[in-house]
Design a protein around this ligand. Sequence first.
Ligand code: SAM
Ligand code: DTB
Ligand code: SF4
Length: 324
Amino acid sequence: MNAPVPSCNAIPRHDWTRDELQSLFSLPFPELIYRAQSIHRAHFDPTEVQISTLLSIKTGGCPEDCAYCPQSASYDTGVKAAKLMDVDAVLADARAARDAGATRFCMGAAWRSPKDKDLGHICEMIEGVKALGMESCVTLGMLTETQAQRLKSSGLDYYNHNIDTSPEFYGEIITTRTYQDRLDTLAAVRDAGIHVCCGGIVGMGETVADRVGMLHTLATMPVHPESVPINMLMQVEGTPVSKGQTLDPIEFVRTIAVARIAMPKSMVRLSAGRELMSAETQALCFLAGANSIFQGPKLLTTPNPAADEDHHLFERLGMNAMAL
Ligand code: SAM
Ligand code: DTB
Ligand code: SF4
């Protein structure tokens, strides 16, 4: 028998049970969206969307075996490996992103973890992004406490490190580092005083119970991640999960809605996968409480809608970019 549907209120809770989250997933769609939208409005202007732009500052050749990832050296995906970019080239891209309306610049590196000798360059990039008046975010793999503190000292606002899926399904997707490794990095980031950006991917062949398990891990953290990216798998040929069935968009929207209800004050990001979504699916995601996107024609290595397309979508929906 399903657990009773929990009463939904806008005060963050950290004691969610899996049964409660499962019962939200099972609600009739109009009921689920109504609850998610009501909670969304308690903390946010429902017409505003935060805009981030991504840049791959070190591409490909990664020693990890994440089954979804075009940048893993374990799979032949056609992604050309490249060295860590120069600071000036990164900052030129950040300036262009700011001029196109982004308020946060997210720099991603295909590393298992950063080497201390590379961190100096990364800190310069963070300082440069801050000097442009933008928020800074990096995703560099696993971090030690000392590395997290060093990033904090350079002014880093957010660190992205995803749990990706449920603890149970995780082993099907990654074998080269554990769920606990990820939680340890997240704790180091939190302890260093950096905002946490943490979410996952749907559409990798996981069950609804796995989506529940993923959101349960996030929503029972002592502090909810300030930013929760929900990625729809970008299927890339050569990766082990590239041939699976694509996820029903309605199931994706449900995942966004449950994330919004379970973490009322977090920014929920409609992340990878917009390139494959209709305007209508994206509009449903915003109704379900998503309030952040990546802008620009490329994510790290895969395509994303051009800024013009997003401006047109926002115009059609009467929505606006969120100011800092
Ligand atoms: N190497 C670092 C790490 O894994 O922590 C940072 C970069 S990694 C590409 C950042 C995140 O991108 C992954 O955790 C995963 O959630 C997401 N990602 C990677 N490939 C993806 C894909 N094909 N579709 C959707 N999301 C993807
Ligand atoms: C996140 O959750 N999604 C972004 C960001 N954090 C780093 C990455 C999406 C990558 C999609 C596959 C690619 O472009 O390589
Ligand atoms: Fe490497 Fe990150 Fe891709 Fe995993 S997700 S293979 S760690 S770049």
